[in-house]
Design a protein around this ligand. Structure first.
Ligand SMILES: NC(=O)C1=CN([C@@H]2O[C@H](COP(=O)(O)OP(=O)(O)OC[C@H]3O[C@@H](n4cnc5c(N)ncnc54)[C@H](O)[C@@H]3O)[C@@H](O)[C@H]2O)C=CC1
Ligand SMILES: O=C(CO)COP(=O)(O)O
Length: 339
């Protein structure tokens, strides 16, 4: 296999797990972390205990706090910081690339929308990185909990780019026997799928904590996927993307797994915890919380009915009792399916 120099920006759960996959494939990996203690731990003990417990990482991952050194000579840069840090990190990346006079493929693995602008990670990156420094832009989406990837659970994801050749390069660099990468060209569909499923996963955690069973979960998944798809259509996304890994696949993984931060947050909301308590308890990013607010605004702006996402908004941002929110959903005017 061709060895590629890959830089991974963000050493949380997902950045570390992706760095490990890329390192297993024999690529040369630089992992950029913004905290020196993380760098020291990864380089000396090959662990990142805060996010991935005792899992031992590939010895060929070299961590650094110096972003310019991390990307120097890289062909591919994976951007794996939370949504709220994406624009700032993209600015720093651009500065480094300008100084290095270097152009890279950037892959956004972040799942969320910028609260102020409703932009996706790939759009923020495209706005901040000058065209002469950008060989190509892709998104990595699909059902992939870091905890499963690091222990080699068979995992399927999708590299998505408007340029198929770029998606194929990412596919080639990242695929292995337990991490299978498909390609797709529907960037907006994939990024919407990755962001919107987090809101439905919060609802799934809440249902779980209230003791509801399979009927309620099936209703949530089916109708949740429907409203994700409807918003996707309003963006011109391909409805089939929502039937694939970035849609139903990621919805299933996130809304059924106790590894999911969004699902776990939903359970805590169901137990009556406040937003501050939920965020403090998690200690990791819960993208669905801010995405819920964005989706509330977007649905109004685009005239798309998203009743489940709106119910999550009411529970999170208007302190509505989850049981009342569920009753309200069940008592909406009766409808024909598939409209
Ligand atoms: N954890 C997972 O299994 C998966 C996560 N994702 C997505 O990947 C993105 C990152 O998530 P995780 O790694 O799970 O988050 P995390 O909470 O585990 O780690 C976030 C990392 O970003 C760093 N960070 C925070 N603010 C920063 C800043 N301003 N500049 C630089 N670094 C900063 C933190 O120090 C930490 O290392 C999210 O959008 C998430 O939805 C996608 C697929 C799987
Ligand atoms: O996107 C993910 C899995 O595909 C991770 O979801 P959580 O952020 O809810 O853990």
């Amino acid at each position: 296999m061709k060895q590629t120099k890959i830089a991974v920006l963000g050493a949380g759960s997902w950045g570390t797990a992706l760095a490990n996959v890329a390192a297993e494939n024999g690529n040369q990996i630089m992992l950029w972390a913004h905290r020196a203690v993380t760098v020291e731990e990864i380089n000396s003990r090959h662990t990142n205990k805060q996010y991935l417990g005792d899992r031992v990482l590939q010895a060929n991952i070299q961590a650094t706090t110096d972003l310019k050194a991390a990307v120097d000579g890289a062909e591919i840069v994976l951007s794996v910081v939370p949504t709220k840090a994406t624009r700032e990190v993209a600015k720093q990346l651009n500065q480094a690339l300008v100084e290095l006079r270097q152009s890279v493929i950037i892959v956004a693995a972040t799942k969320g929308l910028e609260p102020e602008t409703y932009k996706f990670a790939s759009q923020m990156i495209e706005e901040e990185v000058m065209p002469q420094n950008l060989t190509g832009l892709a998104v990595l989406a699909g059902p992939s909990h870091a905890e499963g990837v690091i222990k080699h659970d068979p995992t399927t994801v999708v590299a998505v780019s408007k340029q198929l050749s770029i998606a194929k390069q990412v596919q080639a660099a990242m695929s292995n026997a337990t991490f299978r990468v498909y390609t797709n060209d529907d960037v907006v569909g994939a990024e919407l799928g990755g962001a919107l499923k987090n809101v439905i996963a919060i609802a799934a955690g809440t249902l779980q904590s209230l003791g509801y069973d399979a009927n309620a979960k099936a209703a949530l998944f089916t109708r949740g996927l429907n409203e994700m798809t409807q918003l996707g259509r309003s963006y011109g996304a391909n409805a089939m993307t929502f039937m694939g890994l970035a849609g139903v696949g990621d919805l299933f993984a996130t809304a059924t797994s106790e590894h999911s931060r969004n699902f776990k947050a939903g359970m805590q909301f169901g137990q009556g915890k406040t937003m501050d308590e939920v965020i403090d308890n998690m200690g990791m990013v819960i993208e669905g919380i801010s995405t819920t607010k964005v989706v509330h605004d977007l649905a109004q702006q685009k005239g798309v009915e998203m009743p489940i996402s709106e119910a999550v908004y009411q529970v999170l941002y208007a302190q509505e009792d989850p049981k009342i929110a569920i009753n309200n959903l069940m008592e909406r005017p009766l409808q024909q399916e598939g409209k």
